[in-house]
Design a protein around this ligand. Structure first.
Ligand SMILES: Cc1ncc(COP(=O)(O)O)c(C=O)c1O
Length: 364
């Protein structure tokens, strides 16, 4: 790759072109209806070879999980497990909390979010102003913060009988919410050769992949995870700094049978990739987008120019201003420089990894 990448300077200021305006309206009935139909942009660093596109899920009203909250809450209302007067309770400190807050409070539900002291100030402010009740646990229990949060959630479910808990890790409406994302990709591109996405609950990658494969049976699906996450049979390291992707438990919504290959990046590499995404592509995002970008860019380099790669980019960078985007924080955490190798190391599935590596899944 030549550096700095060549930015496209031929952009025309034609947003007011009547033909373009007639082709698609931006009018939406309400903020919930503004979820989805996110922009898809060709990445500058792929101008020369295979086309690599970023699906800007970070341009949903709050982030990618707005889609999941919308689908899960509307389905629960439709089948009657959530009645109009019932509260909604969820445990999350990130994008899922914001999605549930947005859709739940918009539809008039009382929304309770259980979280822990690691929540960032921006997310906390957003949740509060939307009118959620925040329950911040103050100490870890047997399995750290996760068990402390689930114990508090169990108490709240007892206190509010009839409350709806969206359960993103196992609710089938989480992956199903991404059928629309797949339709958007098909409408925009017609064909996709490779789909690259991060994995936390598994909903976005597995849901999009399953829906796309109905039309594109040869789609190659690449998962992106963090070193120290146990989802793809690696030793769990709860001290990892990356958020969004990775997990210390195996979520039922991760379906390894739809995934061909997995990449793991360590914290330093993920932060470096996130900085590169902002610097080179002008996309200010979180670390799961950064890692996904690094993998998609690398995959694109090995493919013919006629190929199409799509990277799902889940959330914006603002809430990471004190962490990923703060050199003082890197020093505190022992990250001396932001190094990202040019290419990952190939390994066999099941071998513990320390830095950017990839492996084929055993079933492939
Ligand atoms: C910022 C961010 N990136 C990536 C993910 C992983 O997405 P999924 O849960 O669909 O696997 C999440 C999940 O919460 C997230 O919040």
């Amino acid at each position: 790759m030549t550096y700095p990448p060549q930015l496209d300077t031929s952009i025309a200021l034609d947003a007011g072109d009547p033909a373009k305006l007639a082709a698609g309206t931006m009018l939406r009935e309400n903020i919930v209806d503004a979820i989805g139909r996110t922009p898809l942009v060709r990445l500058v660093t792929s101008k020369a070879g295979a086309a690599v596109y970023g699906k800007l899920e970070l341009l949903n009203p709050f982030g990618m999980k707005d889609r999941v909250a919308k689908r899960a809450i509307i389905e629960a209302r439709r089948v009657g497990v959530l009645r109009p007067e019932d509260p909604i309770i969820e445990s999350s400190s990130g994008t899922m909390a914001l999605g549930v807050a947005l859709v739940g409070t918009y539809l008039g539900h009382e929304v309770h979010i259980v979280t822990d002291p690691r929540i960032d100030a921006l997310t906390k402010a957003k949740l509060a102003v939307l009118g959620c009740q925040l329950h911040i646990v103050d100490r870890m229990t047997s399995q750290g913060w996760q068990s402390a949060r689930l114990e508090r959630l169990a108490e709240l479910l007892k206190q509010y009988p009839g409350a709806f808990w969206p359960r993103q890790y196992e609710n089938p409406d989480n992956p199903l919410a991404y059928a629309e994302l797949a339709d958007e990709l098909l409408a925009d591109l017609g064909h996709v050769d490779v789909l690259v996405g991060s994995v936390g609950s598994g909903g976005s990658l597995c849901g999009t992949a399953r829906a796309l494969r109905r039309h594109l049976p040869n789609l190659r699906v690449i998962a992106v995870d963090a070193v120290g996450s146990m989802i793809f049979d690696q030793p769990d390291r709860p001290t990892r700094l990356q958020s969004g992707l990775g997990n210390s438990l195996m979520p039922p919504n991760v379906d390894p049978s739809v995934i061909d290959e997995v990449h793991w990046l360590n914290d330093e590499e993920a932060f470096a990739a996130t900085w590169q995404l902002a610097r080179d592509e002008k996309i200010f995002a979180g670390n799961s987008s950064g890692s996904t970008y690094a993998v998609a860019r690398w995959v694109g380099r090995s493919l013919p120019a006629s190929s199409t790669v799509v990277a799902i980019l889940p959330d914006r960078g603002d809430r990471y201003s004190d962490t990923i985007y703060n050199p003082e924080y890197h020093k505190q955490k022992g990250i001396q420089a932001l190094r990202l190798p040019d290419a990952p190391t190939e390994t066999t599935y099941g071998t513990p990894v320390e830095s950017w590596s990839y492996a084929a899944l055993p079933h492939t």
